[in-house]
Design a protein around this ligand. Sequence first.
Ligand SMILES: Cc1cc2nc3c(=O)[nH]c(=O)nc-3n(C[C@H](O)[C@H](O)[C@H](O)COP(=O)(O)O)c2cc1C
Ligand SMILES: CC(C)CC(=O)C(=O)O
Length: 401
Amino acid sequence: MSETPHEGDHVSPPYGSERQFQIYMAGLQGQLPALPLDVQELERRAKERLSPEAYDYVAGGAGAEDTMQANLAAFQRWSIVPRMLGNIAQRDLSVELLGLRLPAPLLLAPIGVQSIIHPEAELAVARAAASLGIPFILSTVSSYTLEEVARAAGGGPRWFQLYWPADAEFCASLVQRAERAGYGAIVVTLDTRLIGWRPRDLQRAYLPFLQAQGLANYLSDPVFRRDLPQTPEENPFPAIQKYVSSFGHLTLQWEDLAFLRQHTQLPVLLKGILHPDDARRAVECGVDGVIVSNHGGRQVAGAIAALEALPGVVEAVAGRIPVLFDSGIRQGADIVKAVALGARAVLLGRPYIWGLAVGGEAGVREVLQNMLADLDLTLALSGFVSVSSLDRSALVKAERA
Ligand SMILES: Cc1cc2nc3c(=O)[nH]c(=O)nc-3n(C[C@H](O)[C@H](O)[C@H](O)COP(=O)(O)O)c2cc1C
Ligand SMILES: CC(C)CC(=O)C(=O)O
C-alpha cells in the first residue's frame, strides 16, 4: 500500500479545483473518495477500526472536555467576509518559515504512540507528509525511533518535539540525535510536564506510554540505557520506571532554555504558549518561534480556547518571531482564520490520525490533500490569491451567542 515518496514531488496543490475536478470525474466512473470528506464522519469511521481505549485516548480531553469543545466553537466566532472580482487565476499557498519555503501554512502536529492507531504509525505519517512536502513534527514518545522515522521521511522536512526529561544528559542526547538525523527544529512542549486529568483514560486505566509503543526513543538512547540494572530486552520494568520518574521536568524554568542553545544549532520553538506575557518572555529568551496551543484541550480543562488566545500572543510578539497555532484545525476555513489572526502556519492534529486509522499512509495523504484543496478554494473564493496577503481585515468577529 505504501508508496515511496519522491523528492521534489510535493504539491502545493495549487489548485484545489483540480482535486475537486478529479473527484467528480472519478465519480462519473463510479469511484468515490476512499475517505469521508467530513471530519466527523472520518472520526466515526476511525472509531470503528480502533480499540475503544485507543479511540478514547485520541478523542478525549481533560476534565469535562469543555476546552476541547471550546477550541472548535472559537472558530465560529470569527467569520470570513469574502471579496469579489479580484483576479484569482494565479494563487500561492506557500509561506516562509524559519528559512524553509513550505507549500502551505500547514505542518503535522506531534502526536505520540501512533502504533496504537496503525502498525506503520509514524513511518506512514512521515511518508505521507514527505510526498506532499509538508513538514511533520515527531513526538518524543513515538512508536518508532527518530532515526527510523527520518529514514522513512527521506528528504522530507521534519522537526522534533521534545518532552524535556529531568536528566540533562539524556535531554542533550535526544536533541543531538534529532539534529544528526536531519530534523530541522526542536519544538519544546511546555504544557505537558504532568499529564492532565483525563477521565476517559483514567476510567480505563489506560496509558499507552507505559508500553513499548511510546518508548522507542528512550530504549534506543545510549544515555537512557546506561544506568539500567537490566536491559529493557531482559526486563522492561526498570526502563518503564525510569521513564515515568524522568518524564516531566517539574523544576524546569525559563532560564534553562539556554541549555538547549548550548547543545544544538537548531531553531527552538516553544509549544503551548497561551498568555501574552509568556510570549514576551519567550521572545526575550531568544527562541525562534512559539506555538499557540492548549494541546487539543487535553491538559487544562477550562483553559482558554486556543484561537481566543492567538490575537493576544500575536500582539505581544509583535512580528519578532513567527507565531504558529494548533488546537481545533478541522477545515480550510480554520486555517484561513488562524492565519488572518496572525499565525504564520498551523499544525493539524487529530484529523490526520483519523486518516491514519482508516487508510494508513494513503489515508493521511488523502486527509492532507483534501485539507490543502479546501484551503486553496476557501482562500480564492474569499478573494485572496496568497496566504501571505491574508490579514485581519478578512474577518469580522461575530456577536457571542
Ligand atoms: C492522541 C494525542 C497525542 C498527542 N501527543 C502529543 C505529543 O506527544 N507531544 C506534543 O507536543 N503534543 C501532543 N499532542 C498535542 C498535539 O500536538 C496538538 O497540540 C493537538 O492535537 C491539537 O489539537 P487538535 O488535534 O484538537 O487540533 C497530542 C494530541 C493527541 C490528540
Ligand atoms: C502525555 C504525553 C506523554 C503524550 C501527549 O502529549 C498526549 O497524550 O497528549
